[in-house]
Structure formats: structure tokens, C-alpha cells
Design a protein around this ligand. Structure first.
Ligand code: HAM
Length: 418
């Protein structure tokens, strides 16, 4: 009975310290860019996720019927909940909205390195503007986070494309709407499946071999010059991507990004820019991903509002940081350990601890009879800064002994001076 559900994690205090450190970096990058935090329930109505385009995410749903026979699901992602919240206050929210959250998400996935059945996913989204500057701002949030944890553009690349690239190519072949979304979902799997399997799946959708060849050659384009040559002169995809790269350039973060037409993303709702961050060596799966989704609300029965955002999981990034030796060694952050060396002095220890806590020091009060030796070992283990000893000798003179564990310095102080 010590094992939890497959693909889920326990967070012991050591793990929790790291998780909080990671989340603090997520929060910091968000706040620096003026985003506000929100949250939503982990349990949603199943229909929020029943999209018909055959996305993996909807096949991996943790869904069940509750005791009132309602069909519910654990959220596999935050975006539909966010869309629901925005819809519920449609008209009442001053636009644009810049919100972030760090929800736990659940997907019945094949567990593997960097992929669990639950993960925490930092979500940063901007609603209410079609401006490409919003997409650039998101890239800046991501770069700020990477810099905060010590990663550089030599470690990371953010690959950017637009759904409009494929849309323009397929639109001229009359492939639109649902068929287009389904095509995107299939070609998103190009790095996981062989080109034969992808070809088979595309032909099952009704694409001819010429169309499949066109799709594959467009997705192979790796620079804007190549893209310009392949699309029409007045291509919206090209002009929007040019503006996006220009905006990113004004942030001074161009070395972090590159155009890559093979970035399509596996979710049906994206309509414009799409991006993913990868480790340059290509050892891990995508670190984060997102893009513009201007038409999600109408699929949920509301009036559309432009939106753009990304999701950033807590698993791949920790693997990468471990590989780069960038995981910090964190200690408990406790200032003082207070111990009485005689059971009769326990009440003094309680008073000392209380007055230290009043002056905002974090205190671990030793609750049992323990010896000095134990206290030193304990202090070392948790990385405390000071040991505060209430010992019979000193206390007979109303003094308390304080040992600074960083300098080794010892002093005696009275209770009033604590
Ligand atoms: P997604 O690409 O499905 O997008 O997930 C975003 C990120 O969440 C991934 O890049 C990865 O870091 C993490 N992730 C996803 N599934 C797992 C898993 N099973 N285990 C560990 N990490 C995982 C979305 O979910 C979109 N809703 C993101 C978004 C927000 N787009 C616009 N706004």
C-alpha cells in the first residue's frame, strides 16, 4: 500500500522545496510581465473536452460519472477552463486579460521520461487582442523564466511557426475546417512516427499522394526565406511571422528563436502562431508549447475572443536542469533551532521560541528530550542558521546560549534581548 496510482508523484519535503523553487520562477516571470494569477477546479464537466478532431488529449481523458450521474473529467489542460471563465464574464472583463496559473493536469498517457499521468503546467495567456505583440510578449515571459533558472540560448531554442502556413497551402487545395484541424493533429506526430505511418494516416483522411507530398515539403522549411518562396507574395502567414520576429528582435531575444515549419502542435484549436521550446540537443520532448487560438470560444458555444498563450510542464524542465547541473541544493530555510537541555526548562524554550517567532524568525522548537549532540546533527541536516540552547548553567544566570552555525561564534544573551 505504499505505492500511489501509476504515473503520479509524491512530493516529500525535499521535492516540495524544489517544486516551490520552480513555481517561484514561473510566478516571477509572470509577475514581471504584469500577469495576474487565477485558478479553477481540477474537476470539470466532461463536455468541456469532447472535441471531435481525434486529438490525443481527448483520448487520454480521466473521466467518470459522479454519484449524481454527471459526466465529469479531471482537467487534462487548463485552456478550456480558462475559456469557460472568460465566457462566463463575457463583456464584464476589461480587455486585454493577462492571466497565469499553475494547475495540476491529468492525462492517461503512456508514462515515460518527462511524461506522467499528472503534471503541473504553468499557463500564461493573453485574451482580447489580435496584436502579434501579445505573442511576442509570451516569448519574452518564457525567455525570462529560462534566464532565471540559469539556462541560455545555447541550451534552448524556441521554434516558431504559424497554423496559417499550412492553412494557406491546404486552403488553396480546398482543405479547410475540420479536415484541416485533423491534418494538423496528424502531422504534429511527425517526430514520433515514421513518414510512412503519417502518410497512411493522411491518406485515410482522404488526401491524395500529391497533397501529402506538398504537406511534407512545406513542413520541411526551416527559414523565412524558404517560406517566402513557397507561399504567395501576399501571404498573411509570412507577413505575420515577419512582424513576430521583428517584435522579438526588439526585446533583444532573437538568439532564442527560430522559424521551423514543422511546428504545428497537436491541439485542434490553434489558429495562428504556434511555438515550442526544445533543448538544442534534441534529447528531451518539448519543454513547453503554445500559440494563438482565436476561435476556441465558438466551439464551446460562445462568441469568439482572440487569445494566445502557452503551457509549460514541470517535468521535462527538471530533467533538463538536472542534466545541466542547474538544480539548486536547497535547505529548509529554518533560522533557529531552540532546545532545552533539561525537561524543567521546556517552558523557557517555548517562551524563547515564541519571542523569536514574533520577530519573524523561523523556529524549529525541539519537542522532546534530546541531547546537544542530536541538536547539532539535526541543525546540520536541516541547514539551520543558529542553535539556541536553554541550558541549566546559563539559565541559572538568566542567560541563553546562542551558537551561530555559519561562523561557529557563541554568545550569551538574556531573554529580553532575544
Ligand atoms: P500541450 O502541448 O498539450 O499544450 O502541453 C503543454 C506542456 O505541458 C508540454 O509542452 C509539456 O511541458 C507539458 N505536458 C503536457 N502533458 C504532459 C504530461 N503528460 N507529463 C508531463 N508534462 C506534460 C497545452 O496543454 C495547451 N493547453 C497549452 C496552451 C495554453 N495553449 C494556449 N494556452
Amino acid at each position: 500500500m505504499t505505492q500511489g496510482v501509476r504515473g503520479t508523484r509524491d512530493f516529500y519535503p525535499d521535492d516540495m522545496r524544489l517544486r516551490n523553487w520552480l513555481f517561484d520562477n514561473f510566478i516571477n516571470a509572470s509577475l514581471l510581465h504584469g500577469f495576474e494569477e487565477y485558478d479553477a477546479p481540477i474537476l470539470e464537466r466532461e463536455e468541456l473536452y469532447t472535441r471531435k478532431q481525434g486529438e490525443e488529449i481527448t483520448q487520454q481523458l480521466y473521466n467518470f460519472q459522479d454519484k449524481g450521474d454527471r459526466k465529469v473529467a479531471l482537467r487534462p489542460e487548463m485552456t478550456p477552463s480558462l475559456a469557460r471563465m472568460v465566457m462566463a464574464r463575457a463583456g464584464g472583463l476589461p480587455m486585454p486579460i493577462k492571466w497565469f496559473s499553475i494547475p495540476q493536469c491529468w492525462r492517461y498517457e503512456r508514462t515515460q521520461r518527462g511524461r506522467g499521468r499528472e503534471h503541473y503546467q504553468w499557463n500564461v495567456d493573453i485574451w482580447g487582442t489580435t496584436e502579434i505583440s501579445a505573442d511576442a510578449e509570451l516569448i519574452s515571459v518564457i525567455v525570462t523564466f529560462f534566464e532565471g533558472v540559469g539556462l541560455t540560448s545555447e541550451d534552448i531554442v524556441i521554434r516558431i511557426s504559424s497554423r496559417k502556413v499550412l492553412e494557406e497551402v491546404l486552403g488553396s487545395l480546398d482543405i479547410e475546417g475540420d479536415a484541416f484541424a485533423q491534418t494538423c493533429i496528424i502531422v504534429d506526430k511527425m517526430d514520433k512516427l515514421s513518414s510512412e505511418v503519417i502518410g497512411e494516416q493522411l491518406s485515410k483522411l482522404g488526401h491524395t499522394s500529391e497533397v501529402i507530398t506538398t504537406i511534407q515539403s512545406v513542413l520541411g522549411i526551416k527559414d523565412m526565406r524558404g517560406l517566402k518562396k513557397s507561399l504567395k507574395a501576399e501571404s498573411l502567414a509570412v507577413s505575420e511571422l515577419n512582424s513576430l520576429f521583428d517584435e522579438i528582435d526588439s526585446y533583444g531575444i532573437s538568439e532564442w528563436v527560430e522559424f521551423d515549419a514543422s511546428i504545428v502542435r497537436g491541439l485542434a484549436y490553434y489558429t495562428g502562431s504556434v511555438f515550442e521550446a526544445h533543448d538544442r540537443k534534441g534529447k528531451f520532448r518539448a519543454i513547453c508549447g503554445g500559440g494563438r487560438y482565436d476561435k476556441l470560444i465558438s466551439t464551446l458555444g460562445g462568441k469568439d475572443l482572440p487569445a494566445t498563450g502557452f503551457g509549460f510542464g514541470d517535468m521535462v524542465i527538471m530533467e533538463l536542469l538536472a542534466e545541466k547541473d542547474l538544480v539548486p541544493r536547497l535547505v529548509s530555510g529554518i533560522d533557529d533551532i531552540v532546545i532545552s537541555l533539561n525537561p524543567d526548562l521546556r517552558n523557557v524554550a517555548v517562551r524563547v521560541a515564541a519571542s523569536l517567532r514574533d520577530s519573524d524568525r523561523t523556529v524549529d522548537l525541539v519537542l522532546e528530550d534530546k541531547k546537544m549532540k542530536w541538536a547539532f546533527k539535526h541543525a546540520e541536516r536541516i541547514g539551520a542558521k543558529r542553535l539556541v540552547l536553554i541550558a541549566p548553567n546559563e539559565w541559572s544566570r538568566k542567560k541563553i546560549k546562542v551558537k551561530d552555525l555559519e561562523t561557529g561564534e557563541e554568545s550569551e544573551i538574556s531573554l529580553d534581548d532575544i
